[in-house]
Each structure stands twice: as structure tokens, then as C-alpha cells.
Ligand binder design. Structure first.
Ligand code: NAP
Length: 314
């Protein structure tokens, strides 16, 4: 028989872990289901300087998320590491089918976040982990004294490019326009960094290499002209880090009656309520403008508080 909870939280990023803390403190019998590793995207981000209070010596995304996780545990949330394969969100008892087990609850908080957008060019999939990466904190160490390219022009691309300069000999930001999207304060730091170069109005159209990335084709977005870039002969390889935005992780909710917008994000009201009674969403998976740890945590707190009120009303 499926194990029954008051609240199930799907996803242990900042939104899910904050929801766990609040649900636990509200004495709700709570389960957090995480498919991989606690912390979500922020657990693969090195610098975290804009979460209020996170000014501790050596603070990083992983260290902050470790404390979030411990705090949810402290208030008694159960946690399982499993992959959600289908859900039934209708009715008073909601069912979450995972690869290993099935769980049920009176309320569900969805905080599944978003995953990195791929370039979608030939060679990208084959060379992922062999020169192509979506996580500077995870892979920067492999490029000590090599050349790396960062694709994207937003906060993530520019911040991660700066982090990569601690390892790589040279970092070139490849951006499809001639102006960065990143916050002005982040841009200023990058422009002042002597190890960072820019390749404007450019996209990557092909990545190649025999087991390791050593060549790519880039295209001028204005003229359509293409150019080959080869690894330095002595290096024999280079790195490409891709930061061109994120896609919501909501595929499992398609066709369940849960409303999704045209891009797959979940619309909620300001109390994190979705279109289904007893189903809430928190964090980057929501339709919203500012996707940050602080906004995800706030969403999680509100969602848990509302979910607890809903469970008590049944
Ligand atoms: P983003 O702000 O959406 O930026 C994505 C970048 O990739 C943009 O420069 C975009 O170009 C480019 N891009 C998108 N699709 C592309 C494609 N197919 N080919 C080439 N380039 C493409 O994403 P993000 O930087 O990952 O940030 C996501 C959210 O997290 C934002 O709200 C951001 O503020 C937040 N964030 C904050 C921090 C921080 O505050 N410390 C750090 C990281 C992320 P265009 O500019 O031309 O659209």
C-alpha cells in the first residue's frame, strides 16, 4: 500500500527545502521527493552573494544548500531520492508514482525547478562531459590553464565566466547580440577582468572532436558567416560552457489537468495555488520574473503555509 503523507514536496531545491522547513514546523507529516541531489541549480553555482545573510567566509551555493537541507531535516521531513514518473493530482488524495515506490498525500507542492537549455547543435550531446559542460563549479577544474568559451550573455554566463578565470588561461564569452543581458554590476566586473574576451553577435553551430572537444564552428548572427575555431596545438582541447537559460521541469505534469503556460511553467496566484485544489507550486517552476534563491525560498514558505491550512480544512 502507498505510504500516506499530509504534504508531498516534489523537488529539493531552495523552494522545496524552504517548503519542507515550513511544513515540518507546522507539524505536517511531510515527504520531500528529490530525483538527484538536494539544492537544485544553486548547488552547482559557486558564488552566492545575493541571498540575504549569506556572507559567511567561504559561502558557496552547495554550502548554503547544505544548511537549507539540514534545516528541513531538523523539522522532521522525510526525504527519498527517487524519480517521479506519473502523478494523479485530482481528488482529495493525490498520488505520486516514483520509479521505486508510490506515495500519497492530501496536498502537493511542486518545486521541480528548471534545467539548462542545450545549444541543440551537432556534436553537443556526444561531447557533453568531454569538453562541453553546463556547470562551471563541477567542471572548471578540468580546464586548468586551458582555453574555455562560455556561451550566453545573462547573469549565469557572465558570473560563471568570471569563476572560470580562476582556472582557465583565457575565457571568451560568445553572445548572440552585441550587448549583455547580465546585470550592470556583473557586466562591469567582467569587462574589467583581463582574462575575459568577448565574441559578439556569435553563436556556436557545431562542436567536434574525437573523444574530446577540439574544434567548433561559430556563426556571425548578423552576416551569417561561419568560422572554425581549433584548439591550441599544445592543448589539443578546449572547453565550452553553456549558459543560455533554463527549461522548466514539468513534463510529468502534462495531461494531468494541471495548468501549464506555453513554455511549461506553472501559473499560480500569489499564495502559490495552482488551478487544482491542494496543489501548489514554488520556485523556478512558477510563472514569474525573478528566479532567485530568495524568491524560491519565499515561494516555498508561502506554499507550505497554504498547504498546511488546506490539509487542516479537509
Ligand atoms: P537568462 O537571463 O535568460 O539569459 C540567457 C542568455 O542566453 C541571454 O543572454 C540570451 O541571449 C542567451 N540565449 C538564450 N537562448 C540562446 C540561444 N538559443 N542561443 C544563444 N544564446 C541564447 O538566463 P540565466 O543567465 O541562466 O539566468 C536565469 C535567471 O537566473 C535570471 O533571472 C537571472 O537573473 C538569474 N540568475 C541570477 C544570478 C545572480 O543574480 N547572481 C546568477 C545566475 C542567474 P539574449 O540576451 O539575446 O536573450
Amino acid at each position: 500500500m502507498a505510504k500516506m503523507y499530509d504534504i508531498i514536496i516534489i523537488g529539493a531545491g531552495p523552494g522545496g527545502l524552504a517548503a519542507g522547513l515550513y511544513a515540518g514546523r507546522a507539524k505536517m507529516n511531510t515527504l520531500i521527493i528529490e530525483k538527484a541531489k538536494d539544492g537544485g541549480q544553486i548547488a552547482i553555482t559557486d558564488e552566492i552573494e545575493n541571498y540575504p545573510g549569506s556572507m559567511l567566509e567561504g559561502e558557496s551555493g552547495p554550502s548554503l544548500m547544505e544548511r537549507f537541507s539540514k534545516q528541513a531535516d531538523k523539522f522532521g521531513c522525510d526525504k527519498v531520492y527517487d524519480n517521479v514518473v506519473s502523478v494523479d493530482l485530482q481528488g482529495e488524495i493525490k498520488t505520486v508514482n516514483c520509479s521505486k515506490e508510490t506515495y500519497q498525500a492530501k496536498a502537493i507542492i511542486i518545486s521541480t525547478g528548471a534545467s539548462p537549455t542545450k545549444i541543440g547543435c551537432p556534436g553537443e550531446a556526444e561531447l557533453t562531459g568531454k569538453g562541453v559542460s553546463y556547470c562551471a563549479t563541477c567542471d572548471a577544474g578540468f580546464f586548468e590553464d586551458f582555453e574555455v568559451y562560455v556561451m550566453g550573455g545573462g547573469d549565469a554566463a557572465v558570473e560563471e565566466a568570471m569563476y572560470l578565470t580562476k582556472f582557465a588561461r583565457k575565457v571568451t564569452i560568445i553572445h548572440r547580440r552585441d550587448e549583455l543581458r547580465a546585470a550592470k554590476s556583473i557586466q562591469e566586473k567582467a569587462f574589467a577582468n583581463p582574462k575575459i574576451d568577448f565574441m559578439w553577435n556569435t553563436v556556436i553551430t557545431e562542436l567536434t572532436g574525437d573523444g574530446i572537444l577540439d574544434h567548433m564552428v561559430v556563426k556571425d548572427t548578423k552576416t551569417g558567416e561561419t568560422k572554425d575555431i581549433y584548439a591550441d596545438e599544445d592543448d589539443g582541447m578546449f572547453g565550452v560552457f553553456v549558459f543560455i537559460g533554463y527549461k522548466p521541469v514539468s513534463q510529468v505534469f502534462e495531461g494531468t489537468g494541471l495548468e501549464l503556460d506555453e513554455r511549461g511553467y506553472i501559473p499560480t496566484d500569489d499564495q502559490m495555488r495552482t488551478n487544482i485544489p491542494g496543489v501548489y507550486a514554488a520556485g523556478d517552476i512558477r510563472v514569474k520574473e525573478l528566479r532567485q534563491v530568495v524568491t524560491a525560498a519565499a515561494d516555498g514558505a508561502i506554499a507550505a503555509w497554504q498547504a498546511a491550512k488546506y490539509v487542516e480544512s479537509l
